[in-house]
Design a protein around this ligand. Structure first.
Ligand code: NCD
Length: 327
């Protein structure tokens, strides 16, 4: 039987299999400006059906998946808060919900689950392609895909990079997925900056330890930024994932202000998967003024999500699995 083209983990992605999808996303972004192309695209997958099941908070991921489906003419049903407003609130299990949704003959299921392993479980139950849109503090593969696309576009490569990750490295699934992807770029060096509580988990360190040419250093004091940032190519900052169990910070040691962003070299880019916490001063990781800083690329990064998701959905509906090639 043909392989079902699920997207469950960023382990599936490599610089080689991502490249054609990057190319297609760039093409789709350009064509999206043209009303005639938009109209043509809207007929491409007419009659196909998607179900978007979101058991946890989302703005960008859900909106961009829905709009990617709309752009292709796919009809969809979405549940924005399935934990509270679906039968999950009546005690139904994920397995049962997936089996039921499957009865309606969907062509695609996009799942954000509030626990690790939700997407993998769903994929084990049905032959419908499942896209993992985030599973607890597990992974967020399509975010890593659009992050890698933004890096490739802005810096022209995915290897020989100095990447500084800062913030919640323990509960943040985007860091975990992007570390998987960037561990495949030759000679990348990672600097991980966080409190000791929110340090990178052992499994990702073991993954990096196993790759020849990849090096990394952990730092637990903001003073390290003075020496790290001037040699950084990508500064990837994340929010404290309080919704996923991270303790709230008692002291805001790792905040990016203009002064901090000014330490970056002129070719470097500042990325963030968003949202940025702007409510709680002790946990707000990027000052408002930095949004307009010449190094900031996080709005562009978020915008790329639509075109990467369009390109991934196209590939999936063409029945093509995205799998790491065997060496
Ligand atoms: C991220 C997530 O949900 O993991 N957001 C997103 O999907 N772009 C990061 C976050 O919530 O902090």
């Amino acid at each position: 039987m043909a392989e079902v083209p699920h997207i469950i983990t960023a382990v599936q992605f490599t610089p080689v299999n991502m490249e054609p999808i990057f190319f297609r996303a760039r093409e789709l972004r350009a064509l999206d400006q043209d009303p005639k192309s938009r109209k043509e695209h809207a007929g491409r997958f007419l009659g196909k059906r998607a179900v978007n099941l979101f058991y946890a908070e989302s703005t960008r991921t859900r909106t961009s998946f829905e709009l990617a489906e709309v752009a292709w003419g796919i009809g969809y049903s979405s549940t924005a808060n399935a934990r509270q407003f679906s039968s999950a609130a009546k005690g139904e299990t994920l397995a049962h919900t997936i089996e039921i949704v499957n009865q309606y003959n969907p062509d695609l299921i996009v799942l954000r689950y509030d626990r690790v392993g939700g997407a993998a479980e769903a994929a084990s139950l049905v032959d419908v392609p499942i896209i993992n849109a985030g599973d607890g503090s597990g992974e967020h593969p399509t975010q890593a895909f659009l992050d890698a696309f933004t890096i490739q576009e802005q810096l022209g490569r995915l290897d020989k990079l100095q990447i500084t990750f800062m913030g919640d490295l323990r509960f943040g699934r985007t860091v975990r997925s992007l570390a998987h992807v960037l561990s495949k770029g030759k000679n990348n060096h990672f600097d991980f900056v966080s409190t000791e509580d929110l340090r990178l988990s052992e499994d990702i360190k073991e993954l990096l330890d196993a790759v020849p040419g990849i090096t990394y250093t952990e730092h637990f004091h903001a003073s390290a930024l003075t020496s790290i940032l001037p040699r950084t190519d990508i500064f990837y900052v994340t929010r404290t994932q309080t919704n996923l169990g991270a303790p709230k910070l008692q002291e805001n040691k790792f905040r990016v202000t203009s002064e901090v962003a000014n330490l970056l070299p002129s070719h470097a880019i500042l990325l963030h998967p968003m949202p940025i916490d702007r409510e709680d001063p002790l946990n707000s990781e990027i000052a408002l003024e930095v949004d307009r800083h010449p190094r900031s690329r996080y709005y562009r990064q978020a915008g790329n999500g639509l075109y990467i998701r369009m390109a991934l959905i196209e590939k999936i509906l063409e029945g093509e699995p995205i799998l790491a090639e065997v060496a």
